[in-house]
Design a protein around this ligand. Structure first.
Ligand code: C2O
Ligand code: CU
Length: 484
């Protein structure tokens, strides 16, 4: 059988149709999405999330127990709310170290953003913190800590957060595929989630691949049904390139934001990126697969068997979602800023040595040495001073609230970096390497030597801006924007 990736390789493209963004859309007459009707009368969700160690058999039901760290029972649990609902979530910290909750991709108020020292005090062992928010956008999101990220998220601290209310009609099923590796020894013990070797290169990879916590997904689906697949890459490190074999699949949302549907070839997802697909299930007795084509060998995320009560076969209409409702950017008047993602030019100690002895930055940098003495990565030649947030450096950009910005991001390293901006949903205007239609996102994959332009309207607060390969952010590729 001719595999999808061979076809793409034959065209000389890694991941996308060669025709370019507009070509992609043009190929499938882009149905324009209907505007979302207003919502009213949401409810209040009161959650208690207790971060602590819990045993889990990550290698299968007959395997050894591993002490995972989670917010609640179950691995990568799914929490669902509806647009217009409010969330009051109290985090109790029963871990041996401080933690927090970051609501990745949610355009919330800055004090609820979950970044210790920057937006809130760290939640120390034995302490609690209550987050209150009302998500303004529907879609597929997730939560994770913003402290010792590779260690805490690596051990399991992440939950899926779905905000419903974006569907113009109901699909026949809604399936979450949360991808995340575990870094385990064969006896189930943790291997270090950080290594100098990994941190200075593509990151440290897990040893066991998994969807929704354990192994690959497998389930029955309704023959001829329309299935919404919500795929999340929650891994610390690994990039996956998702395709569907033996069924028709449309991309319907990126990072939770609806797009005019287009046929999926494959979609490359760095850590923290999400992709919603609408898949037409095959006839009874047939199956289809969701596959990661990124590595030398493919890996199957899920196998879905069409079984049971068949639906009558109708034409496949991929326009499932309402249009996103994100503030419009005034591109013509937008201020343009450039950010370069690079390796650190020298060690922190070297940088500090260049500053006048009374320069306050020197103290910040030297204090950081107590925590970690090397930074491997930088944004605009500035490295976050340590993996911790204890020594907050100056912002890497000063923005004005309500004003439009176009950022040009360039990657001058040989590694891909999934870049995330907190508290905003930006429009991806152009990309020099991976061809994609214009779309909204909160995390984008910057390929080696790639330049990408994004646009957004700045929201008030101090917003983290970083690579989501967790070791990259911990070793310097992290900063924040101050929007006043
Ligand atoms: Cu998921 Cu600071 O990010
Ligand atoms: Cu990176």
């Amino acid at each position: 059988m001719l595999r999808r990736r061979d076809v793409l390789a034959g065209l000389g493209v890694a991941g996308f149709a060669a025709a370019g963004g507009s070509g992609l859309l043009a190929r499938q007459a882009a149905p324009s999405l209907k505007p979302r009707p207003p919502v009213s009368g949401g409810r209040l969700h009161e959650w208690t999330l207790t971060a602590r160690e819990r045993p889990a058999r990550l290698l299968g039901s007959s395997g050894p127990n591993t002490p995972v760290w989670t917010y609640s029972d179950g691995l990568l649990p799914v929490m669902r709310v509806h647009l217009g609902d409010r969330i009051r979530a109290t985090l109790h910290n029963e871990l041996p170290q401080h933690t927090s909750i970051h609501w990745h991709g949610i355009r919330l108020d800055n004090p609820m953003d979950g970044v210790p020292y920057l937006t809130q005090p760290p939640v120390m062992p034995g302490e609690s913190f209550t987050y209150e928010l009302m998500p303004p956008d529907p879609g597929t999101f997730f939560i994770h800590p913003h402290c010792n990220e590779s260690g805490q998220t690596g051990r399991g601290m992440a939950s899926v957060l779905i905000v419903e209310g974006d569907e113009a009609r109901r699909p026949d099923d809604d399936i979450v595929l949360a991808y995340k590796d575990w870094r385990l020894a064969p006896d189930g013990a943790w291997l270090p989630t950080e290594t100098a070797e990994g941190a200075s290169r593509a990151g440290t990879f897990g040893t066991v691949r998994a969807v929704n916590g354990i192994g690959a997904a497998s389930r029955d689906v309704r023959p001829n049904g329309d299935l919404r697949l919500r795929i999340l890459n929650l891994d610390n490190t690994r990039i996956i390139e998702v395709g569907v074999e033996d069924a028709d699949a449309f991309v319907i949302a990126v990072d939770g934001n609806a797009v005019a549907p287009f046929t999926l070839d494959t979609w490359r997802m760095g850590p923290a990126m999400r992709l919603d697909l609408l898949v037409r299930a095959p006839a009874a007795g047939r199956s289809f697969k969701v596959i990661d084509y990124f590595g030398a060998e493919t890996w199957t995320l899920g196998t879905f068997m069409a079984r049971g009560d068949a639906k009558k076969r109708t034409p496949f209409d991929p326009a499932l979602l309402y249009a996103p409702d994100i503030p419009r950017v005034d591109i013509a008047r937008a201020e343009r800023l450039s950010f370069s993602f690079s390796a650190a030019s020298g060690s922190i100690a070297e940088t500090a040595a260049l500053l006048a002895p009374d320069d306050p930055l020197a103290k910040i940098l030297m204090d950081a040495l107590c925590v970690r003495d090397s930074a491997f990565w930088a944004i605009n030649k500035t490295s976050w001073p340590s993996g911790d947030h204890r020594n907050i450096p100056p912002p890497i950009g000063m923005l004005e609230a309500g004003k439009s910005y176009v950022f040009e991001l360039s990657n001058v390293t040989p590694h891909p970096h999934p870049i995330h901006l907190h508290g905003h949903t930006f429009e991806v205007l152009s990309a020099s390497r991976l061809k994609r239609p214009r779309h909204f996102a909160d995390t984008l994959l910057l390929q080696p030597k790639e330049r990408i332009e994004i646009a957004f309207v700045a929201r008030p607060g101090d917003w983290m801006f970083h690579c989501h390969v967790l070791e990259h952010l911990e070793y310097g590729m992290m900063g924040y924007l101050r929007v006043a």
